[in-house]
Design a protein around this ligand. Structure first.
Ligand code: UDP
Length: 318
């Protein structure tokens, strides 16, 4: 297959490029480096089945040649990023998704949308199954991301129903691992960078809010299987093991051997209180479930950030 991956220089996008190349496919990577980084794909430059286009998918996009797949992973995805860039976030979820679907339609390619657990907002149903419609504040600060992804899902289903595009929707839950940006602002990267730098770990609120963290290798496996399946309804791909943010902070301190204290910062507006995927559908349809425990995944991620120490990329976390 020849596939287009938007957001190819991002955390998930770059791991997906690796995965498709490893399976023998040809990959066209597209990114405008808004939040992606050239380092994430540096190892692919010169690969005979990889090519790269520096472009913003929210603008009109022309790509020559046949395509069998379009995987739309371009978007700011960390709350810090989308709060800073709400308009770009809304544009890539709406115009970017429209353009990516247009390419899929023109090429007769299968389309996969990277959606998110944020479509469930601050959920009133726990754990979250795909049948849950969510509890999103459209005008709150997170609305730009949540609603962009909800619109993207609606657009994907419209192309599926009205234009017969062969579509897939993955709802991605908190994923972590190597290639997260040190200054990305998400909890795993923040805590690890803080611990390695001897800075206080910033727990927002009282740390009793929960998340369920999926190691990137597991996440990519689930996405790859979904792409190859015939399921056109959304599928949650995430790790159902749920932890409080405080427990995560304690675990990072322990695993890094850091002497950093854990301090409290104000809780951001509309921060979801709980989050855990119901992965019954993924188990049934894809035979998929995560295999990497948080402790093991964190050890690997800490290794990655240790390797960045001293480099220009290792700025203090936001
Ligand atoms: N969080 C925290 N300290 C940080 C960054 C995040 O306590 O330095 C909390 C945040 O308030 C949220 C959880 O960790 O409850 C996960 O935040 P993240 O930004 O990783 O992603 P989210 O799941 O909110 O999209």
């Amino acid at each position: 297959m020849r596939v287009l991956i938007t957001g190819a220089a991002g955390f998930l996008g770059s791991h997906l490029c690796d995965r498709f190349l490893r399976e023998g496919h040809t990959v066209v990577g597209l990114d405008n480096f808004l939040t992606g980084h050239p380092d994430n794909i540096a190892h692919l430059i010169g690969h005979e089945r990889f090519s790269f286009v520096r472009h913003n998918i929210s603008e009109f996009t022309y790509l020559a040649g046949a395509l069998d797949g379009v995987l739309h992973f371009a978007s700011p995805a960390s709350p810090v990023d989308y709060l800073e860039m709400p308009i770009q976030t809304l544009k890539v979820g709406s115009l970017g998704t429209h353009n990516a679907l247009g390419i899929a339609l023109a090429k007769g390619a299968r389309f996969l949308l990277a959606s998110t657990s944020e479509v469930y907002g601050d959920p009133l149903e726990h754990p979250q199954a795909e049948s849950y419609w969510g509890n999103v504040n459209p005008i709150g600060p997170r609305g730009c991301y949540d609603e962009a992804k909800r619109f993207a899902e609606a657009m994907t289903m419209a192309y599926h129903r009205a234009q017969s595009v062969d579509t897939r929707i993955v709802r991605i839950f908190n994923t972590y691992g190597p290639r997260m940006r040190p200054g990305d602002g998400r909890v795993v990267s923040n805590f690890i960078v803080q611990a390695l730098q001897g800075a206080p770990l910033t727990v927002y609120g009282d740390g009793s809010q929960t998340r369920s963290f999926c190691y990137v290798e597991d996440e990519v496996e689930g996405i790859y299987r979904l792409f190859g399946s015939s399921e056109t309804m959304p599928v949650n791909i995430g790790n159902p093991n749920e932890f409080t943010v405080r427990l995560l902070a304690e675990l990072v301190v322990e695993l890094t051997g850091s002497s950093s204290p854990i301090i409290s910062h104000p809780l951001p507006t509309d921060d979801p209180k709980v989050r855990r995927p119901d992965i019954t559908r993924a188990r049934r349809i894809l035979g998929w479930e995560p295999t990497i425990q948080l402790r093991d995944g964190l050890v690997r991620t800490i290794e990655y950030f240790r390797g960045l120490k001293g480099s220009a990329r290792m700025q203090p976390p936001t």
